[in-house]
Design a binder for this molecule. Structure first.
Ligand code: ADP
Length: 271
C-alpha cells in the first residue's frame, strides 16, 4: 500500500511540476509579449510627440522674423498639445507601475459620485473641442466608499477616450443609476464602437484596436488602468455597444454598502 501511495504521490508531483512548467512557460511568453509591447509603445509614444515638439520649436526659431501671429500661435499650440500628450503618457505609466506593484491602494472615503464626475468633466474640458458632455445623475444614488482621486482618473480616461474615438461635435454622455444594490456609471459616445471580439481585450495592457489611421494615437494603457482602479474598489468594468448598437458605452458597476452609510447626525432637541 505504501508503495502504491508513494507511486501515486510521485505521479501527482510529476503532474504538478508539469503544470507549473506549462504555467511558467505561459508566464514567460506573456512577460516577453508585454516587454516588447512596452518597448514599441514607449518608443512610439515618446517619439511621436517629441518629434512634433522639436519640429514646431525649430520652425519658431528658424522663421522667427517671417511668421505672422496666427502661425506663431499655431506652432506654440502644437508644442503645448504635444507636451500635454507626453505628460498624460508618463502619468499613465506611473499609475500602471503603481497598480502593478500593488502600491496604488485606494484611500476610500464617503464620496458623492456627482462631485467626482463633475471634476472629471471639468478636467476634460480642454479635450472636448466644441463637444457637449451630458451628465445624468440618478438622484437615488447614495454616497459611496471611493478614492475620489482615483475614480476621477477613471472617469477622465473614459471621457478622454470617448472624445478621441468619436467624431468632433458628437455628444458624450455620463450616466449614473442605482441598480440591484450597485452604483452604475456609463460613459457613452457615438463613435465607431469597439468590435465585439475586442471588447474584453481592450482592458489588457497595450492592447489597441487596429483600424487604420482613423483611430487617434494612444498608449493602450488607459482602460487597463481603469480596470485596475475599478477592481481595487471591488467593482467591475466592461465595454458594450451604445444605444441601438452604435457607438461605445463603458459600463462600471460599483458596490454600494447601504448598511454602512454614515449615520445622519442626530437632530438636536431643545428642551
Ligand atoms: P489608448 O491609449 O489606445 O486609447 P486605451 O486602453 O484607453 O488605450 O484603449 C484601448 C483601445 O480601445 C484603444 O486603442 C481603442 O482602440 C479602443 N477604444 C477605447 N475606447 C474607445 C471608444 N470610446 N471608442 C472606440 N474605441 C475605443
Amino acid at each position: 500500500l505504501l508503495g502504491t501511495l508513494a507511486d501515486q504521490a510521485a505521479v501527482a508531483i510529476e503532474r504538478t511540476n508539469l503544470v507549473s512548467d506549462i504555467e511558467n512557460a505561459r508566464l514567460a511568453t506573456e512577460t516577453e509579449r508585454l516587454r516588447s509591447a512596452l518597448l514599441s509603445s514607449l518608443s512610439h509614444d515618446l517619439r511621436t510627440p517629441l518629434a512634433s515638439i522639436l519640429g514646431a520649436a525649430s520652425s519658431l526659431i528658424s522663421y522667427e522674423g517671417s511668421l505672422n501671429a496666427a502661425d506663431r500661435l499655431d506652432l506654440t499650440q502644437t508644442i503645448q498639445d504635444e507636451a500635454e500628450r507626453l505628460n498624460r503618457f508618463v502619468q499613465n505609466l506611473l499609475d500602471m507601475t503603481r497598480l502593478g506593484s500593488g502600491k496604488l491602494k485606494p484611500r476610500t472615503d464617503w464620496v458623492d459620485l456627482r462631485d467626482v464626475i463633475g471634476s472629471a468633466v471639468e478636467r476634460a474640458a480642454k479635450l472636448l473641442r466644441r463637444r457637449q458632455v451630458r451628465v445624468e445623475i440618478d438622484p437615488a444614488l447614495p454616497l459611496l466608499r471611493l478614492d475620489a482621486m482615483l475614480m476621477e482618473q477613471v472617469i477622465f480616461n473614459l471621457i478622454d477616450n470617448a472624445c478621441k474615438y468619436s467624431p468632433a461635435g458628437t455628444p458624450v454622455t455620463v450616466w449614473t443609476a442605482l441598480r440591484h444594490g450597485h452604483a452604475v456609471v456609463e460613459v457613452c459616445d457615438q463613435g465607431p464602437g469597439i468590435p465585439a471580439e475586442d471588447r474584453e481585450r481592450v482592458f489588457d495592457m497595450f492592447y489597441r484596436v487596429e483600424e487604420g489611421d482613423s483611430r487617434a494615437a494612444g498608449t493602450g494603457l488607459g482602460l487597463a488602468i481603469c480596470r485596475g482602479i475599478v477592481e481595487a474598489h471591488g467593482g467591475r468594468i466592461a465595454a458594450q455597444p451604445g444605444l441601438n448598437g452604435a457607438g461605445t458605452c463603458i459600463v462600471i458597476r460599483l458596490p454600494v454598502a447601504d448598511a454602512d452609510q454614515p449615520e445622519a447626525p442626530p437632530i438636536e432637541t431643545v428642551e
